[in-house]
Ligand binder design. Sequence first.
Ligand SMILES: NC(=O)C1=CN([C@@H]2O[C@H](COP(=O)(O)OP(=O)(O)OC[C@H]3O[C@@H](n4cnc5c(N)ncnc54)[C@H](O)[C@@H]3O)[C@@H](O)[C@H]2O)C=CC1
Ligand SMILES: O=C(O)C(=O)Cc1ccc(O)cc1
Length: 303
Amino acid sequence: MLPFERVTILGTGLIGSSLARAIRNRMPTVRLTGYDRDAAVAARADELGLFDDMADSAGASVCDADLVVFAVPVRAIGAAAEEIAADLPRDAVVSDVGSVKASVLKAMAAAIEGPDRIVPAHPVAGTERSGPDAGFAELFENRWCILTPGAEADARNVERVSEFWRRLGSEVELMEAGHHDMVLAITSHLPHLIAYTIVGTASDIEDVTSSEVIKYSAGGFRDFTRIAASDPTMWRDVFLENKEAVLSTLQRFTEDLTQLQRAIRWDDGDFLFDRFRETRDTRRRVIDAGQDTAAPDFGRDRR
Ligand SMILES: NC(=O)C1=CN([C@@H]2O[C@H](COP(=O)(O)OP(=O)(O)OC[C@H]3O[C@@H](n4cnc5c(N)ncnc54)[C@H](O)[C@@H]3O)[C@@H](O)[C@H]2O)C=CC1
Ligand SMILES: O=C(O)C(=O)Cc1ccc(O)cc1
């Protein structure tokens, strides 16, 4: 038996459209309804045939759903939840895919009656692209999906959402929302902040022209540019909604950076060597865990 039969996705960008494609492939009898506030995005999702129906309003999109998923930037989730609250069937389960969880859980719980049916989710899978054309069905396969239900969530609803993600090919883990935000601050949010910083710094260095930065980017810079090309709205929201965890992780990072700076200044090669040997081991563990390709240079084709 399917965990859900009538799924509504609000926000039909990268993640919403990937979700729709994955559901189509893996649970073809599910009735899919989409809604996007941006008329051009909605029209494109319609043209791509991703949904059975594209609704004209948020309220209309949910009136027959048994699962509603918010796939909009994290700061937009509260307002979107308010927009559907009056039209939501009493037994519908409500979820999301937001990259930050404590504030999103709070925002959904404030807008929607029945905390037993709120089961937030975060598929730890994505790309630097956005919009419905960027989505693809395999995005969630062999990736983790972290669920962060509050204490009042009904265990049966948590199990249904877990089963939903397992059917899309993900591995599911339950986590307390605040802990999720600490974990993702170091594994996702800080790496993005660092990439945004270094790409910005490169364009501000007086003695190096911007055409030189681009021309010689294969020295390492270009790998940061992929992450730094990520969606500005989405990432502005992530940093503002996970402020405390990001700032405390950033504090640790700054201290560690200062240590490396000292080691360079004082010619402490042993310190540098030991640190770099440890980080190489971390890369090996990421590959062993199936979270990236083992091919050198991310498997870029040089032919
Ligand atoms: N991009 C990524 O790699 C990942 C993103 N996420 C999370 O997924 C969510 C969506 O991100 P993406 O799909 O990447 O963004 P996207 O920019 O591709 O799509 C978001 C869509 O939401 C629509 N939208 C905004 N406010 C709305 C509202 N009130 N009602 C209806 N539609 C609205 C926008 O028009 C846009 O089409 C975010 O919360 C993000 O944190 C989670 C995992 C990975
Ligand atoms: O493109 C990348 O490397 C990502 O980091 C994708 C990503 C972005 C945000 C998330 O919450 C989860 C995954």
